[in-house]
Design a protein around this ligand. Structure first.
Ligand code: PEP
Length: 249
């Protein structure tokens, strides 16, 4: 079963209106493979979702960077999945390590968020990944399996989930995982899905890599058999994001 290459751009908490307009115009002018070959999703801060959605080329889509764990209501400062659906935002990133670690989002909380977002019709980029300390302690697979299990325990269909493996030590550090390191964890995650969900889910679910991906290192990572694309932070704000999208070919 072919897994379409997926490239997500996580803009995090960056940008002014003028900067966002510039990024969108670079994206709109970029020559990239067709949407039969690569799925591209960019994730601006909430306040720019409308602007980006209305000005972005139609073959690229938008994602929110988070949403609330259940139906909206008295949750000051939160954005509900229903609101995203109402605004026609198709995707949401959940479980990013910056939220897990800085805002103390637990595996269970992230699992609940993924299940609720899916139940409302959103597609989810679900992030997992170990810290440097955990890697050095040899517990990488235990950590990412526990994070993935908290999602698997709460969802029955994986057709609207892209799993992003993002080692925390590689995010925003310039220290990219080697292709061998990325492939090793992606392979193990697929094996975990095979054993704990179903062979069909394991074969069809896209597992993308995130952590200091740039225009220079993307080709070699993309060539790994279990790397089905990227979640890109810093480089998604720069013209080299187009080169990363081109690594789908
Ligand atoms: C991210 O924040 O999801 C990310 C991968 O960041 P960077 O590419 O900057 O490491």
């Amino acid at each position: 079963m072919g897994r379409k290459f997926f490239v997500g751009g996580n803009w995090k908490c960056n940008g002014t209106t003028e900067e966002v307009k510039k990024i969108v115009s670079v994206l709109n002018e970029g020559q990239v493979p067709s949407s039969d070959v690569v799925e591209v999703v960019v994730s601006p801060p909430f306040v720019f979702l409308g602007l980006v959605k209305s000005s972005l080329r139609p073959d690229f889509h938008v994602a929110a960077q988070n949403c609330w764990v259940k139906k909206g209501g008295a949750f000051t400062g939160e954005i509900s999945a229903e609101m995203l659906v109402n605004l026609d935002i198709p995707w949401v990133i959940l479980g990013h390590s910056e939220r897990r670690l800085i805002l103390n989002e637990s595996n269970e909380f992230v699992g609940d968020k993924v299940a609720y977002a899916l139940s409302q019709g959103l597609k989810v980029i679900a992030c997992v990944g170990e810290t440097l300390e955990q890697r050095e302690a040899g517990s990488t697979m235990d950590v990412v399996a526990a994070q993935t299990k908290a999602i698997a325990d709460r969802v029955s269909s994986w057709s609207n989930i892209v799993l992003a493996y993002e080692p925390v030590w590689a995010i925003g550090t310039g220290k990219v995982a080697t292709p061998v390191q990325a492939q090793e964890v992606h392979f193990e995650l697929r094996k975990w899905l095979f054993a704990n969900t179903s062979p069909e889910i394991a074969a069809a679910t896209r597992i993308i890599y995130g952590g200091s991906v740039n225009g220079a290192n993307c080709k070699e990572l993309a060539a790994q058999p279990d790397v089905d694309g990227f979640l890109v932070g810093g480089a998604s704000l720069k013209p080299e994001f187009i080169d990363i999208i081109k690594s789908a070919e």
